[in-house]
Ligand binder design. Sequence first.
Ligand SMILES: [Zn+2]
Length: 293
Amino acid sequence: MKRMLVNLKEIMEIAEEKDIAIGSFNTPSLEALEAVLGAAEELKLPVIIQFAQCHEPWIPLTTIGPIMVEAAKRALVPVCVHLDHGETLDYLQCALDLGFTGIMYDGSTLSYEENLANTKKAAAMAAVTGAGVEAELGSMGRRESGDGEVGTQDDTKIYTDPDQAGAFVADTGINALACSFGTTHGIYLTKPRLDFSVVENVRNSTGNIPVVMHGGSGVSGPDYQRAIRAGVRKINYFTYMDKAGGQAAAHYLERLSDGEPIFYSSIVMEAREAMKQNVKAAMKLFAQMDEIQ
Ligand SMILES: [Zn+2]
């Protein structure tokens, strides 16, 4: 049987071959996990499921991580299980020990030299288990939120320098690079203005490293298409999927008559279905399956 748990390098190769981006969705709950894998299987598309270190207060990596890995092994499509925004090498090692096939080291708040040194260490650790590595250059302004946080806009963004990216990728041997070109984590307060030339220049200076777009939810259809054409191969998407689940739960409660009992399991099922539909729409865009409106 074809192995369905694939590493980050392998899934990025699929994206390059097809000229698409792979949707990369955070799954810090069983409902999110089932929504994302269900969407991928229905559309027959490869997918990345990921867990961000900052979601640790929501559920520990050691609880949800083994479930993600087992679910990926049973999936009917290629799945990479990825650690999103790992901030310490110990935490990256924990994900590798659980069988994660991709890790992101986020040294974007450090100096270039420290980021480079730690990313090299992360790459050496990943090489032991055969996992792939994503790193970040530049800054998206704030970390993954996913807890409804709406952050300040634009003030701390530092766009990725293509020349620095060329040296960084050559020195570290990473498999994907998160670039800052105008996206922001969380909910967009104003329409994002994306600089696609940053992506094109990074591709040129790095021998076509797969570029990762963070803050990928809330971007318009045409902008996704331009980003993919420029060389984005992994799109991190979570906030708007999480919001779709929340809205579905709220609508479910509004539909109940006065005095009708409220069951948590019903709320969860409504939210899961809404997240699945939201993820399917995103996956179709990233795989260029739909005409862009
Ligand atoms: Zn991110």
